[in-house]
Structure formats: structure tokens, C-alpha cells
Design a protein around this ligand. Structure first.
Ligand code: SF4
Ligand code: SF4
Length: 152
């Protein structure tokens, strides 16, 4: 069991154990929303369509151990964080720590309350629809933001 107090403040991401690494995920589900790339200008857009493997009740992956092999859009943050960090939500613990920022006050590691993510409105459970509930042609109509504006 993890018994290192505030390890996220004292260790680098590379120094964390696998257990500590997994504890960083707040379960918001935001990285599991489908992104679309415009082939004309390479801009990337975020939708409110959730990966078919995201359980919208718990906002956790329903097949976490096989996710990378099963879902092509799934990110392996352990190996891809540097390349993918700007596509993660600004509140994501991995992004925050990678960029040298503190965790959000509502992160369960800070609040000691697993419900604080939802209470803060950071979870996708309120607005996401499952990929399985819509036709693939409809995904474009679910765009909610551009991810390219800040990275240009
Ligand atoms: S955005 Fe970050 S904190 Fe939220 S579910 Fe994805 S990896 Fe976890
Ligand atoms: S496979 Fe799991 S972790 Fe990966 S995007 Fe889908 S729900 Fe999220």
C-alpha cells in the first residue's frame, strides 16, 4: 500500500510507483472524450462523445488492462505523456504535475473525498454521451471545443 504522504508533491512523475501513478488519475473521464482532427487545417476538436469503454456511471474505463490494444485513440500516458500532454484537460493531474503545477483542490488526493470531482463539475458524467449511443456520422455535431487554439 502507498504510505508516502503527499507523494505527488515530493516525487517527480518518473519517480512514482505504479500505484502512485494510478492514484493521480482523478477519474474525471475527460481524456476519454473523442477528438476529431480537421484534415484541411489539422485542428483538433473535442466532442462530448465518450469512448465506448468509458462507464458513464463511474467515469472509469471498463477494460483498463486491455485498453491500449482495444481502443486506437486511447493514450498510454506512461509512455506518451510528453507528446499528448497538451491534449489532456488543463485540470488533469498528469498535465498539472508535468507542467510543474499543483493538483486541483478538488482532486481526491487533496480533498480525501472521492465525490469531490463530481461536486466540482469536473466529471464528464453530466454531459457525455457514449460512442455506442450515437451513429459515427453524428460525432461531428457533438464538438464542444477546439483543442488547437492554445497550442498554436
Ligand atoms: S483527464 Fe487525467 S485525471 Fe482525468 S481521467 Fe484522464 S488521465 Fe485521469
Ligand atoms: S479505452 Fe478506457 S481509458 Fe482509453 S479512452 Fe477508452 S475509456 Fe478511456
Amino acid at each position: 500500500m502507498n504510505n508516502e504522504i503527499n507523494f505527488w508533491e515530493t516525487k517527480s512523475l518518473d519517480e512514482m510507483s505504479d500505484e502512485q501513478w494510478e492514484m493521480l488519475c482523478d477519474g474525471c473521464g475527460r481524456c476519454c472524450l473523442v477528438k476529431l482532427e480537421d484534415e484541411d487545417d489539422n485542428k483538433v476538436y473535442l466532442t462530448n462523445v465518450a469512448c465506448k469503454l468509458l462507464d458513464l456511471e463511474t467515469c472509469r474505463c471498463s477494460d483498463y488492462s486491455n485498453r491500449i490494444d482495444t481502443v486506437s485513440m486511447c493514450m498510454d500516458l506512461k509512455t506518451e505523456l510528453a507528446e499528448m500532454v497538451d491534449y489532456l484537460p488543463e485540470t488533469c493531474a498528469y498535465r498539472l504535475l508535468y507542467k510543474g503545477n499543483p493538483l486541483e483542490s478538488w482532486h481526491p488526493l487533496m480533498s480525501s473525498n472521492p465525490d469531490s470531482v463530481r461536486d466540482a463539475g469536473a466529471s464528464v458524467n453530466e454531459f457525455a454521451v457514449s460512442e455506442e449511443a450515437i451513429h459515427p456520422d453524428q460525432v461531428e455535431s457533438h464538438i464542444i471545443a477546439s483543442l488547437s487554439d492554445d497550442s498554436e
